[in-house]
Design a protein around this ligand. Structure first.
Ligand code: 5GP
Length: 217
């Protein structure tokens, strides 16, 4: 049982069960889990939003983060924005399916919200960074994965800078991390280069539905 600190955590609690610790073995895979990963700035968030518009049957898991909200981001919709101490309590209580530290902030996937959607037969999509994707692969071997690549590093840097929302130090960290993440692309079942948005979206859609069909067969 964990302590409710403020309204953000209360809202998060509405989708998290107090008691957690379920594993895939306890939770037969009725629905399916798809992991979309790739470096920051590669456009996976934009691809995901387009995918959700086209496929409202998919469930998008809203993550928790200790990062400050960017202009326009809404608590509970884009992320559950929490403090580090709140996040650490949630980690200690086993409330995350996976979590990682990225560019100085914590990010995590609420466990129970995802598992209950899967139990209900829904396909769930996670949009997460490399370390979290690796954790999912370990704990959820039946999950399918797609890695989004930038056309090149110069373009990626332009995209990260073009957002104009992150401080210089965060941009530098994200770029360093991006190089590491790109090296791990081969760990994932499908790699898609996001050089043309419509083409990349079509490829993600095709890969995702092919992977979902494979899980069924
Ligand atoms: P941003 O700060 O740009 O929103 O996200 C930074 C990175 O964290 C992105 O690569 C994003 O995919 C990843 N991320 C978002 N939510 C989660 C999560 O719940 N777990 C993990 N491991 N990474 C996440």
């Amino acid at each position: 049982m964990f302590l409710l600190i403020n309204s953000q955590v209360e809202r998060m609690m509405q989708v998290l069960s107090i008691k957690s610790g379920a594993t895939t073995k306890e939770c037969p895979s009725l629905g399916k889990l798809i992991v979309l990963t790739g470096p920051s700035g590669v456009g996976k968030g934009t691809l995901l939003r387009a995918l959700l518009t086209r496929h409202p049957e998919l469930y998008y898991s809203v993550s928790a983060t200790t990062r400050q909200p960017r202009p326009g981001e809404i608590d509970g919709k884009d992320y559950y924005f929490t403090s580090r101490s709140q996040f650490e309590k949630l980690v200690a209580n086993g409330e995350f399916l996976e979590w990682a530290e990225f560019a100085g902030n914590y990010y995590g996937t609420p466990r129970e919200a995802v598992l209950s959607q899967i139990r209900a037969g829904k396909s769930v999509v996670l949009e997460i960074e490399l370390e979290g994707a690796r954790q999912i692969r370990e704990s959820f071997p039946s999950a399918r994965s797609i890695f989004i690549l930038p056309p090149n590093l110069v373009e990626l840097e332009q995209r990260i800078r073009g957002r104009g929302q992150d401080p210089e130090e965060a941009i530098a960290r994200r770029l360093r991390r991006a190089e590491e993440e790109i090296k791990a692309a081969n760990e994932f079942e499908v790699q898609i280069v996001n050089d043309n948005f419509e083409k990349a979206l079509g490829a993600v859609e095709a890969a995702m539905y092919q992977q979902l069909a494979e899980v069924e067969s």
